[in-house]
Design a binder for this molecule. Structure first.
Ligand SMILES: Cc1cc2nc3c(=O)[nH]c(=O)nc-3n(C[C@H](O)[C@H](O)[C@H](O)COP(=O)(O)O)c2cc1C
Length: 325
């Protein structure tokens, strides 16, 4: 379970997936504090970065406790990708990850993200160009292929290895599938068997037991968790305990969950200001509280929160009534 990305070593290879709108500095810190070993930025547009757009540069903020951190780039022009990667290396990236899996139409419509898998020659060019441009390790995140008729992840992963890519992440779905259906772990296993460089498996890991199952079934060097970490950074600590000692820690109490929501809010406020933090927490807060008795009743309030104080009041009342039961 040792994951080596060039000279970077993480043990075990337990990663938080890059997630646009989610895996920013505050959430990465919370995941790291809970035991996550490897984090990635949200995807960053190579073109946007070079045009110095405010949005792209705000994505670059991180602190040393997040290291090792990968900055993820998307784009389709090899030269622009290479220059943007140099900027990310200067900004402190420990490694650069190239997005060749995003299914969002806005991205694939520009032949970026997952659409690149339809053009293996261009994939090779981009990967080679970025590897040549930076001295830090470069990795790539792939899907199985564009659609069921175009499953070519093994070919592209081989090209990546030939280009000097140091690790490949495989999400076991096609681009066309988006997030529907079940992730195919068999293809991850095949990619692992084909390559000499490390492979990180991804798709549908939603518990410590399923992380262990992915390591065992795919023989992969790392496991990446995305959606199951939303509102649940504890999944990383629980997975570490499960992998190392075969035990599961107690789930977080309501008090601990509420504290985590407020900490997440505070960190976001420091980064983006309170109004923007409140808008973002409208999505996170319900994820944190999901499944707790009484959570459904305050959902409508949570999805409209406007300030830290208001959130604190809603959650204080929620905790008080939970403690009475
Ligand atoms: C809201 C959201 C945003 C995402 N953003 C990115 C992204 O920026 N870059 C990327 O490579 N994958 C992105 N993904 C895909 C995840 O990294 C991951 O591959 C996918 O969610 C499957 O893993 P899971 O089953 O553990 O969630 C995103 C997924 C979600 C749900």
């Amino acid at each position: 379970m040792l994951l080596e990305i060039g000279s970077l070593k993480v043990q075990p290879g337990l990663a938080l997936a890059p997630m646009a709108g989610i895996s920013n500095h505050p959430f990465r810190v919370l995941a790291k504090e809970q035991g996550c070993r490897l984090v990635y930025s949200e995807m960053i547009s190579a073109r946007g970065l070079l045009n110095n757009s405010g949005r792209s540069s705000s994505l670059l903020y991180f602190t040393d406790q997040e290291r090792p951190i990968g900055f993820q780039l998307f784009g389709s022009n090899p030269l622009i990708m290479a220059t943007a990667a140099q900027n990310l290396e200067q900004a402190g990236a420990d490694f650069i990850d190239i997005n060749m899996g995003c299914p969002t139409r806005k991205i694939t419509g520009n032949r970026e993200g997952g659409a690149l898998m339809l053009d293996p020659g261009l994939c090779s060019e981009i990967l080679q160009s970025v590897v040549n441009a930076v001295s830090c390790p470069v990795t790539v995140k792939l899907r199985m292929g564009w659609d069921a008729g175009n499953i070519n992840v093994t070919d592209i992963a081989r090209r990546a290895e030939a280009a000097g890519i140091r690790a490949v992440t495989v999400h076991g779905r096609t681009v066309k599938q988006g997030y529907s259906g079940k992730a195919d772990w068999e293809i991850i296993r095949q990619v692992k068997e084909t390559l000499s460089i490390p492979v990180i498996g991804n798709g549908d890991v939603d518990s410590p037991q399923s992380a262990e199952a992915m390591f065992a079934f795919c023989g992969c060097d790392g496991v990446m968790i995305g959606r199951a970490a939303r509102g649940n950074p504890w999944i990383f600590g629980a997975t570490l305990a499960w992998l190392r000692e075969g035990r599961l820690p107690d789930p977080p109490s309501t008090d601990q969950i509420v504290k985590m929501v407020l900490k997440h809010f505070s960190l976001l406020s420091e980064l983006k200001g309170e109004p923007a933090a409140a808008r973002e927490m409208r999505r996170h807060a319900p994820w944190y509280l999901k499944g707790l008795p009484g959570a459904a009743a305050i959902r409508q309030q949570l999805v409209q929160i406007k300030s830290f104080e208001e959130t604190e009041t809603i959650l204080r009342d929620f905790t008080a009534s939970a403690n009475q039961q």
